[in-house]
Ligand binder design. Structure first.
Ligand SMILES: Cc1ncc(COP(=O)(O)O)c(C=O)c1O
Ligand SMILES: N[C@@H](CCOP(=O)(O)O)C(=O)O
Length: 477
């Protein structure tokens, strides 16, 4: 299997090459030349598999340049109950992503039982092991440059801390994350972890990552890699839990389901789109935004109009405070019939701060073939949903999952079971939980008091030159 760029101007590469390379040299994102298809017989067989075996089956279709025995070993050591039990010793831990049923046909797929209590651990733990494997083979080092609005950063740092030959430079929006998220990252003292708080929003940080990645000489000299969902390996690992969730919520492969997905950078729901393109019977992919509603606007109106930092709001689902959704480009590539020239045309407008509009074109009609629905959620909606789920089911959900559930319930076709993806645990957002429920969320014993630990972080303006100097000063040459 080879991978091509959404902008159509980069040579095709293998899975391992793009794993270490991140963004394509033409500024695009990599996707498989064709989506591998899953047969009915495979679906029937996969239904019975453990998470690790299912991950091996799905990833074997993508990582075709990794020998099967090696891939099986990597996946086997990643998806264990120990890594995804978050201190619990119940039978749910063995399922890795247990399905919690709220009421008939309404489920939450638990994805946040990994080391940092967010869905990012599902792919990031695998990425850490894949990097280690690929780098050892090539006897190389990797300097990871990432951007986070709160969860990718800690997941990446926990997955990479202490790993030989890997350094992490993680940009986060200064003062915009929850106290718990800040503490998770900034309290790490490992010498290979560098936290950089940017005076700006997540989108500024992500632009800086792309600017450094597009400086090909710097990227090659300092061996820059990525852990954001612009890295295809992240998305492919996220495809797995759509299959797992589908099997858990249905009895046969004749049934269809709806997934509702709290969205920001369009990475999580892009994995759902890919699972559907592979043949998973997904009848609806419901995209939920918070007040930063660029993506909801697109699915309602056909206009993609990323906002600037000054029009990106700080909300109580802060990890979704994103107005320029990187992975959306992957979906648009499929929408426009994989026409790289069209994607280049659209993104030349977007990169200049503009917009594009598909309403008057045939793409608008084509959109319905992809089974998306969308909606948005506000602070008051979030509080109401958290309260209702707590009162009716005794289940505490985090503000992002609440956005997903609220929109999912509004948009679902009643005939379809709804699977809402849980994207974080409430422990990460104690202030909003306190406001909604007048009580504090529980947290794993190992994370008691992390806010009181000493923190280490470099504060920087959103200046690409300064960032490059910082990286150069911290990478031995
Ligand atoms: C808790 C949480 N929910 C939802 C999202 C949105 O996911 P995506 O960016 O993949 O759309 C994020 C960040 O990405 C997140 O950290
Ligand atoms: N919400 C994310 C933002 C980055 O998204 P990614 O999936 O592209 O890594 C975060 O929590 O950092």
């Amino acid at each position: 299997m080879k991978y091509i760029s959404t902008r159509g101007n980069a040579p095709a590469k293998t899975f391992t090459e793009i794993l270490l390379g991140g963004l394509a040299p033409d500024g695009g994102l990599y996707l498989p030349e064709q989506y591998p298809q899953v047969t009915r017989a495979e679906l029937d067989a996969w239904r019975k598999l453990s998470y690790a075996d299912l991950a091996f089956a799905v990833l074997s279709k993508f990582a075709t340049d990794i020998p099967a025995t090696d891939l099986k070993a990597i996946v086997g050591k990643t998806y264990t109950a120990q890594v995804y039990s978050n201190g619990r010793a119940d039978s749910d831990a063995a399922q890795i992503t247990p399905l919690r049923t709220l009421s008939e046909g309404v489920h939450i797929l638990e994805l946040s039982n990994g080391p940092t209590l967010a869905f990012k651990d599902m792919a990031m733990q695998l990425l850490g092991n894949l990097f280690e494997y690929a780098l050892a083979k090539k006897n190389e080092e990797l300097n990871i440059l990432g951007a986070t609005s709160g969860d990718t950063g800690s997941a990446a740092e926990y997955a990479m801390r202490g790993k030989k030959g890997i350094r992490v430079f993680m940009l986060s929006p200064n003062g915009k994350m929850s106290a718990f998220q800040r503490a998770q990252m900034y309290s790490l003292q490992d010498p290979n972890i560098h936290n950089i708080a940017i005076n700006g929003m997540f989108d500024d940080a992500q632009d800086m990552v792309k600017a450094v990645s597009n400086d090909h000489a710097f990227k090659a000299r300092y061996k820059i890699g990525t852990v954001n969902s612009i890295n295809w390996a992240r998305v492919s690992a996220q495809v797995v839990y759509y299959f797992k969730g589908y099997f858990a919520a249905t009895k046969s492969n004749d049934e269809q389901v709806a997934f509702s997905v709290p969205s920001g950078n369009f990475g999580n729901i892009c994995a759902g789109h890919i699972a559907r393109m592979m043949g998973l019977p997904i009848g609806q992919l419901i995209l939920a935004t918070n007040e930063n509603d660029v993506l909801d606007e697109f699915f309602r109106t056909g206009v993609y109009r990323p906002r600037g930092t000054d029009h990106t709001y700080e909300t109580s689902s802060p990890s979704m405070d994103i107005s320029k959704a990187s992975n959306f480009e992957r979906f648009v590539f499929d929408l426009v019939g994989r026409d790289g020239a069209k994607v280049r045309e659209f993104w030349s407008a977007v990169d200049k701060g503009g917009a594009f509009d598909i309403k008057g074109s045939s793409y608008w009609n084509d959109l319905s073939r992809f089974n998306f629905a969308s909606g948005k959620s506000s602070h008051q909606d979030r509080l109401k949903t958290i309260r209702e789920v707590w009162q009716e089911y005794g289940v505490m959900i985090d503000p992002h999952t609440a956005d997903g559930l609220k929109v999912g319930l509004e948009q679902r076709r009643p005939s379809l079971p709804l699977i809402c993806l849980e994207t974080a645990l409430p422990a990460k957002f104690a202030a909003t939980i306190q406001e909604a429920l007048s009580r504090q969320p529980e947290r794993p014993a190992a994370m008691e008091g992390i806010e009181d630990l000493p923190q280490r972080c470099e504060v920087m303006d959103a200046d690409v030159g300064k960032l490059k100097s910082f990286i150069a000063a911290n990478v031995p040459q």
